[in-house]
Design a protein around this ligand. Structure first.
Ligand code: NI
Length: 168
């Protein structure tokens, strides 16, 4: 089922998500909904709190448009190693019509469970490394705009306030 995506500054986006203790049918359904909602948007990643569910589940698909889809479902993802630096432009389905460069690690190793409870390890770089860091941030209530310099963040907030007034 396609769910509605919460939009900044919805306070639900600032809450920390809890680890999944047992992978139930409800968790599998949540993952399906996340994937459907992400592909519909379309986006390259989505975290459960973005649809108002505060559990540590994310989906990512960074495959190119002309490639077959490569869906990653990660339950309780943890970054176990990070190195290097990168500074690429990011956007977010919860922060429409805004993009900015963000400092991230260039390479991360992520461990997570799949929907059968099996642990997987991803050794990532480039776009996938950024996507994992961005989506795991969501589970801790952090948005990419929280990484901006104070000045850039102030400009962003001013723009967001103006956009909110216009749609009122
Ligand atoms: Ni996002």
């Amino acid at each position: 089922m396609i769910r509605s995506i919460l939009i900044y500054p919805n306070p639900e986006l600032k809450k920390k998500s809890a680890p999944v203790t047992v992978i139930t049918d409800a968790v599998r359904e949540l993952a399906r909904d996340l994937a459907e909602t992400m592909y519909d948007a379309p986006g390259i990643g989505l975290a459960a709190p973005q649809i108002g569910v505060h559990q540590r589940v994310i989906v990512i698909d960074v495959s190119a448009k002309d490639e077959p889809p490569q869906l990653i479902v990660a339950v309780n993802p943890v970054i176990v190693h990070a190195e290097g630096e990168t500074y690429e432009e990011e956007g977010c389905l919860s922060v429409p019509k805004y993009a900015a460069n963000v400092h991230r690690h260039a390479r991360v190793v992520v461990k997570a469970l799949d929907l059968d409870g099996v642990e997987h390890t991803w050794r990532t770089d480039d776009l996938l490394a950024i996507a994992f860091q961005h989506e795991i941030d969501h589970l801790d209530g952090i948005l990419f705009v929280d990484h901006l310099s104070p000045l850039k963040r102030e400009l962003f907030q001013r723009k967001a306030r103006k956009a909110a007034e216009e749609t009122r």
